[in-house]
Design a protein around this ligand. Sequence first.
Ligand SMILES: *Cc1c(COP(=O)(O)O)cnc(C)c1O
Length: 382
Amino acid sequence: MKNKKKINVFDPEITQQDIASVTKVLKQKELTGIYSNTNLKFEREFAKYCDSKYGISLTNCTSALYLAIHILKLKPGSEILISSCTNIATALACYHNDCIPIPVDSDFDTWNLDEKKITKLITKKTKAIIAVHFLGNPAQMKKLKKICKKYNLYLIEDSAEAHGSQINKKKVGSFSDIACFSFYSNKTITSGEGGMIVTKNKKFYDMLKLYSNVGFSRKRFVHYIPGFNLRYTAIQGALAYSQFKRINIIINKKIKIFNTYKKYLSNNKFIKFQKTEKGNKNTYWMIGILNISKKINKNYLMKKLKSKGIETRSFFLPINRQPCFKEIFKNKNISNPVSDFLWDNGLYLPSSHNLKKKILNMFVMKLTKFIILNENRLFYFC
Ligand SMILES: *Cc1c(COP(=O)(O)O)cnc(C)c1O
């Protein structure tokens, strides 16, 4: 079937200004980020935007998370509590540092890690918590901060999906020891691949800079610490920085799209939206819904929408169910029923900030009709 009007889950936006910014650094032969004014400016401004202090740009958010844990120098076998409903990156960052990721179940309404389920998971080996702001919805940072203080744990924010999200008018990225952002091609702002760490801690900043640049010391080519090469190029920096300059416009459009979906679909009793806590600002990196119809399963719904040219996407397979960690969870009795439910029933709707209203309305109409007709056992698709 021809899909003339195919609607993608996400389409990146590259403007003429973005192209001009990249061309400019190329013409100046500003290539690596390490000597790049563009990247320095981006780091400073991005950290400030996050109500934080220091920014370190690097290759991607997966390595940002890896490095964030690495500089904490935790003992092998240390446990790190993480959101179970997350990108594999959060868990890999623990695993490759010889730490054990312990997935915390999700909250049924906010879809973030359920802080009420944390204390019973804390053991002598627990050293840190990584909270994900899932889909742009701020996690319970104030409560998590209290827990971390009480049990002497580090707190890391995986903010890969939450550029600009806020808790009581303060940006996410400012509530933890170290916060990591992603500029992957479908993220709120992008350079294809890329990431940024923000921190208020000067000691962490110095270490992160050093470790991400092979541990270069003042004495050229004499290395006192074994670092990594996680450098971000100026070409990527120029693209992400150009997008960063319009980040508030992008976010406002995302919020508008969410509001349109909500307006048309909130009286559909088979669809459940993500709940944003009072006082928080969700920036809706992706707009997710739970299909809570008993008669239609998620995969069937996704297949039918696809046949009509509408792309949707599943949430992440929760960490507790990832085959690559089967061995390490074997004797751990980990159960994350809410995350399992989110996986079984959650899907992202088309969420590009440049999605046209007309297309959005058409989609909403199709989805509503489909669900209602199927609930009435009339297997018909408009
Ligand atoms: C995208 C994403 C990452 C990984 O980011 P990369 O820049 O692709 O490495 C990590 N965590 C979460 C929650 C993400 O959504």
